[in-house]
Design a protein around this ligand. Structure first.
Ligand SMILES: NC(=O)C1=CN([C@@H]2O[C@H](COP(=O)(O)OP(=O)(O)OC[C@H]3O[C@@H](n4cnc5c(N)ncnc54)[C@H](OP(=O)(O)O)[C@@H]3O)[C@@H](O)[C@H]2O)C=CC1
Ligand SMILES: CC(C)=CCC[C@@H](C)[C@H]1CC=C2C3=C(CC[C@@]21C)[C@@]1(C)CC[C@H](O)C(C)(C)[C@@H]1CC3
Length: 423
């Protein structure tokens, strides 16, 4: 075992057994959510739990369309212009550069879809709703293929492995991600598989799925005039979130997924299947269960989302500006033995993950438009809460390793983990 790629001695997610359970559980949950909440199976939930029939899992047309979608994203990455931005310094001392053009890819995709809808009517873009299960299968197959491919590639002599992904247990390493930054060369340009998947094919597909669900509602209700206020709210919030993520694309380069985690099945299925198909559940529900909120509830939900967005954005900007030497707020901080500074006032003085707090408030605002008819449309809030609590724990552990006593000192100053005065 080389010094650069030490053997991993600690398992996360309960080791190989957990890796197996999550790898099978994630696709099953995506199908399960469709089964438990869809028009085709009889409602949300269906009247008899085991009585309804699932549509075909395999749909060749959907698979071909999904492949075309993925290729569109790759071609857009290659041909659209974009700044070359350096990532963080890797532990072997090298720095990778990334092409920043995810936002232009989103704009291009939306322009094409809107042109299609204007030219041919909303009915022309309902195929994502109608062939939903086929698209799920295509994205899961794509995730498996990619995870197998990057696992095989990671056995090159020059591969830099993730510190957490080199246990030697095939199942676990395949799941958690063995290589830190699997890269291909596409027409002479370095293609970083992990950052590409994290921001483009899945997040933009989430937007397109939502637009397709709105088109289905419009088709049924006499055009876009018949689209309900609840559907508009969900689209506004979720498209706004994706726009924000892609517009701030360089911010992803310092997240733990990019700096620390390898790319394996957990991230490939999370990025390509889980994000678009479970995060869009609310809009899919509203397609077959339209809800009119009226001005009072619309304004109330807009307010909840605005509060969440304000916290999420100002917290992330405070940290990014501070770390980039552009702080205008005179935030208090202390310098750690490692040399980096930890903020102790503003949002980062109120809790150790104020951005997660904003994110979870937004998650709630995205489910509220579906009313209180079924708990299933609140799945995202629950999952996201669990994800963020777990992520907070992982980050705390990583910071403890990085900063040692300095992290203890920071924890003494900032006692709350996510929600000030509560958690
Ligand atoms: N919608 C979704 O499904 C998901 C959304 N997200 C969102 O992604 C965003 C990024 O999240 P994530 O990467 O987990 O973590 P953060 O952006 O919260 O970054 C954590 C890192 O920030 C640095 N840091 C911590 N405390 C301080 C401080 N006081 N002062 C300065 N730096 C500090 C540390 O790294 P260092 O010191 O090494 O720089 C730490 O590892 C969040 O807004 C989150 O809500 C995340 C996951 C899923
Ligand atoms: C069910 C399963 C296997 C879960 C894996 C977790 C993934 C769903 C998440 C891990 C980190 C993520 C990030 C985003 C989406 C969810 C996943 C993939 C993210 C792209 C959402 C938008 C944000 O602005 C972000 C870019 C910061 C974020 C990055 C992490």
């Amino acid at each position: 075992m080389s010094l650069e790629n030490p053997r991993t001695t600690k398992y996360e997610f309960l080791g190989p057994v957990g890796a197996f359970l999550i790898s099978t559980g994630v696709p099953l949950t995506i199908y399960g959510l469709y089964y438990a909440c869809s028009e085709q199976t009889g409602g949300c939930p269906p009247p008899g739990l085991f009585m309804s029939k699932l549509p075909a899992f395999l749909d060749t047309q959907a698979a071909l369309m999904y492949l075309a979608w993925y290729l569109f994203c790759v071609i857009a990455w290659r041909v659209l212009p974009g700044a070359q931005v350096p990532g963080t310094t890797l532990r072997n001392g090298t720095v990778k550069t990334y092409k920043i053009n995810a936002f232009s890819t989103l704009v291009l995709a939306i322009v094409i879809v809107v042109a299609l809808i204007i030219y041919s009517g909303p009915d022309a873009f309902t195929f994502l709703y109608k062939r939903y299960v086929g698209f799920v299968t295509a994205s899961v197959v794509m995730s498996i293929i990619q995870a197998v491919g990057v696992y095989a590639l990671s056995h090159r002599k020059d591969a830099l492995l993730a510190l957490g992904g080199n246990t030697g247990n095939m199942m676990y390493d395949w799941f958690i991600g063995r290589e830190l930054n699997p890269t291909l060369s596409i027409f002479g340009e370095e293609f970083d598989i992990k950052t590409f998947n994290e921001l483009r094919p899945g997040l933009i597909l989430w937007v397109l799925l939502n637009i397709s669900f709105m088109c289905e509602q419009a088709t049924r209700n006499g055009g876009f005039i018949g689209v309900t206020d609840s559907m508009w709210l969900v689209l506004l919030f979720q498209i706004g979130y994706v726009v924000d993520s892609l517009y701030n694309e360089p911010a992803i380069l310092t997240t733990m997924d990019i700096t620390t985690d390898g790319f394996g099945f957990m991230l490939s299925v999370g990025d390509l299947a889980w994000v678009p198909f479970t995060y869009s559940l609310q809009a899919r529900y509203l397609t077959f269960h339209p809800i009119t909120l009226g001005p009072f509830f619309t304004i109330l939900i807009l307010f909840v989302n605005a509060v969440g967005y304000y916290i999420f954005r100002t917290a992330n900007s405070e940290k990014n500006d501070f770390r980039n030497g552009k702080d205008t707020r005179n935030l208090r901080y202390f310098v750690t033995k490692r040399g980096s500074k930890l903020i102790t006032s503003g949002w980062w003085g109120r809790s150790r993950h104020p951005n997660y707090f904003g994110d979870i408030i937004m998650a709630l605002a995205w489910s509220l438009p579906t009313g209180f008819n079924t708990p299933i449309t609140y799945f995202y809030v629950v999952f996201f809460g669990v994800l963020l609590v777990h992520r907070q724990g992982r980050d705390d552990e990583a910071c403890e390793k990085k900063y040692g006593k300095d992290w203890e000192k920071y924890k003494q100053i900032v006692r709350w983990k996510i929600i000030p005065y509560i958690y």
